[in-house]
Design a protein around this ligand. Structure first.
Ligand code: GRG
Length: 369
């Protein structure tokens, strides 16, 4: 477990970008997109239902390694954008996971994030934005603030985050919607300071990100027990340096993102040993073909490639573009779109209750210190 009670871990000995096989990962990501679009590929078949999120993970990972111009050229931005619109479910107003699929909130957020990464979200006509926003808003229960993923009625705090971010990207996060979302998320807080998928559900680090991220976007972190939560998150660091999602589970690269981003929002990334975490992520790289796996010696995939690079970027180690811990988009994209979020101030002296209301006064670079 990391030592967090007294002095923070000593500064890392690894310089930014050191050990990250950026060129190989960029090659892995671009070759993967060709593989996925091949009708006979195994990878393509088993991930067909969640293709929209897969494309977001790919583009977001690539964006942290290369400029937007390079992204649009290498990944064929216009073709991707055309495909995204072919996944639009005109009847419901949201996006599906692939062509011909019904709209779902998860994929609607991924689609909007893809458009943001490609730089075309700002150009979206107002009537289209309004229609997508109406689809998202209709999934938020006005009384309880619980958010459904789609027509099936499944409720999960993942969807609270997706609704908050999607509405924010569309400039449609009204105060009543934001406070409804916060009301529900606050009910999902557990005795350990963590959050689960619904009220009473076990704390899980990925759901913590969703809950704290939703509260941050909605501009009200007042219900978060920052101290208890940061301790619980710090306890996720295992002896090998990697982070797990809950007690007694194995470390997994993706928790580097879910946990570090949450700690960034709380202003407490110093609670984990970043150098040890960076070494764990770097050990999960495929040194031959590129890509990052969930843990050392496993097969790489695009999900862990994105979250591994994103985790390193949060620690200032990607040597590429910085990532925003709340929106999971490059910071320049978040700034370009004028997006808002709330973060806590980091120092114990200032107390966890002091934060900046709906203003990004604390820059991500500082939060990562
Ligand atoms: C834009 C970054 C971003 C996210 C959008 C969809 C979403 C919001 C968040 C997903 C959060 C989530 C619940 C991820 C699941 C992560 C994961 C690896 C879960 C595995 O859980 P278990 O219980 O495995 O199978 P362990 O053993 O790790 O507890």
């Amino acid at each position: 477990m990391a030592s967090f009670a007294s002095a923070p871990p000593p500064p890392s000995s690894l310089p930014p970008g050191d050990g990250l096989l950026s060129g190989l990962h960029a090659g892995y990501i671009s070759s993967l997109s060709a593989k996925l679009s091949s009708p006979s590929s195994y990878e393509g078949a088993v991930t067909a239902h969640l293709r929209m999120s897969g494309v977001y993970w790919s583009l977001a990972a690539f964006s942290l390694l290369q400029s937007r111009t390079e992204l649009i050229k290498t990944m064929d931005g216009p073709a991707i954008e055309g495909w995204v619109w072919r996944c639009y479910d005109e009847r419901r107003g949201g996006f599906g996971g692939n062509e011909g699929h019904d709209a779902h909130l998860l994929y609607t957020l991924s689609a909007l994030q893809i458009l943001a990464l490609l730089g075309s979200l700002r150009e979206l006509p107002k009537d289209k934005k309004d229609k997508i926003a109406a689809y998202v808003a209709a999934l938020v229960d006005a009384d309880t603030g619980a958010v459904c993923g789609d027509d099936s009625g499944e409720v999960d705090t993942r969807f609270s985050y997706c609704a908050a971010q999607a509405l924010s990207l569309l400039g449609a996060l009204s105060p009543p919607l934001a406070s409804s979302i916060c009301r529900y998320v606050a009910r999902c807080r557990n005795f350990d300071g963590g959050y689960g998928s619904c009220p009473g559900a076990e704390s899980h680090a990925a759901q913590v990100f969703c809950c704290v991220g939703a509260l941050s976007i909605c501009g009200d972190l007042s219900s978060v027990d920052g101290r208890a939560l940061a301790f619980w998150l710090a306890e996720r660091q295992t002896s090998g340096g990697g982070l797990n999602g809950r007690p007694e589970k194995q470390a997994d690269v993706c928790y580097s993102w879910w946990i570090l981003s949450s700690l960034s929002i709380l202003g407490k990334t110093r609670y984990v040993d970043k150098a040890a975490l960076a070494r764990f992520i770097l050990k999960c790289q495929d040194p031959a073909a590129g890509g990052i796996a969930d843990r050392p010696d496993n097969v790489a995939d695009v999900f862990h490639t994105f979250f591994g690079i994103a985790g390193l970027a949060l620690m200032g180690r990607s040597a590429g573009r910085a990532i925003d811990p709340v929106y999971a988009l490059p910071t320049d994209v978040v700034e370009e779109l004028g997006l808002r979020a709330q973060v806590m101030r980091g120092s114990e002296a200032e107390g966890v209750a002091k934060y900046d209301v709906r203003e990004r006064l604390v820059k991500v670079k500082n939060a990562a210190k």
